[in-house]
Design a protein around this ligand. Sequence first.
Ligand SMILES: *Cc1c(COP(=O)(O)O)cnc(C)c1O
Length: 432
Amino acid sequence: MAANPLRHLPSVDALLADASELVAIYGRPATVDALRAALAEARAAGEARPADRLLARAAELLGRPPSLRPALNATGVIVHTNLGRAPLAAHALERARAVASGYSNLEYDLAAGARGSRHDHLGGLLAELTGAETGMAVNNNAAAVLLSLAALASGREVIISRGELIEIGDGFRIPDILAQSGARLVEVGTTNRTSLGDYEAAIGPETAAIVRVHQSNFRMVGFTAAPGLGELAELAARRDVTLIDDLGSGQLLDLPDLADEPTARSSVEAGAHVVCFSGDKLLGGPQAGVIVGARAAVERIRRHPLARAVRIDKLSLAALEATLELYRDPQRALREVPVLAAAAEASEAVRERAGRLAERLGGDVVATTARVGGGAVPLLEIASFACALDGGEAVAAALRAGDPPVVALVREGRVLLDCRTLTDEQCLQISL
Ligand SMILES: *Cc1c(COP(=O)(O)O)cnc(C)c1O
């Protein structure tokens, strides 16, 4: 029998004796962990690596933290665009891992034993959940809108209300996205009022589509008017143009608290030919843009050359399909989709969590207002509670420098750790 080469691996203690430099920089516990990890790698490889190589590897493991890494969201903004929007459901993570850790049938038709299309995976499920004939997904909702217009209206006119020429954030403006599609914008109405007659008067031989854009991140009050989607659909059908509805966030369940965000089903039922919405706003899935609608329109969209440039990747597709599966049982979606669970959690439970955190960190509990964020239901105020700490910006900066980093708000000199966007487990990871 061959001698086991691993017998010659040094012990953690022996390595530690030569690791005083690392201990000085990173501390003993982290250095021991890194040495153990370096040893485990050598064992897994079946190699008796020498001490100097193991020490170098430990130094590497201890080195700079990755640039993109987990952070705790203590802001109370549930779909926080700067913090990665929607956390994924466990079911979605498991599916993404299963699909991406090996090969998959991403573009392979298993029944036929021949090439398939990634756009075939979601058609049935999206039809079931929205009432549309079929559906597909692309990289994000901006791409969904861009691609839909490029496929259905390029070189022709698209009618849009002046009240819907919105900026969705970070300088991205709907009119600019529409212009990139090659369609010519025809603006109708005024900022606060647009009538059905305004749309009708603008329809001419060059008109390909009417676009309705949900005013996601703001609301207008007072002297306002806009035709309902059903009226626009009736006009579009009568004048033989396509009606495209950009819902922004949208939602799949008809939750009363979120009534300001239309469901995809309501848009389909009102008669929109193509409905676009985000995968990682209130839907609570991965970054993606969902397109549902009439089979002929979706077919043209998936055949357009730009579809390749904005296609969804397999990780996101896997996570999106699994997230959508949760919606087949609305109760399960409410329990397991993290953004829905966070929005729906009883404020009493949030208060208790804030109480436990305050006791551990030496703060006190204050009432706060949480929000959905991500440009969805901007007026909705969700009763919430935070652990408030003294120390202002200095303490907030220390929390951001922690491991894991914690992002919190500072109000009137106090740091607020809003517990609606923190789990019990995450609270235990916060230290001062
Ligand atoms: C957020 C939003 C978009 C863009 O969606 P992404 O998924 O972020 O690309 C487009 N239109 C509206 C109305 C939005 O609110």
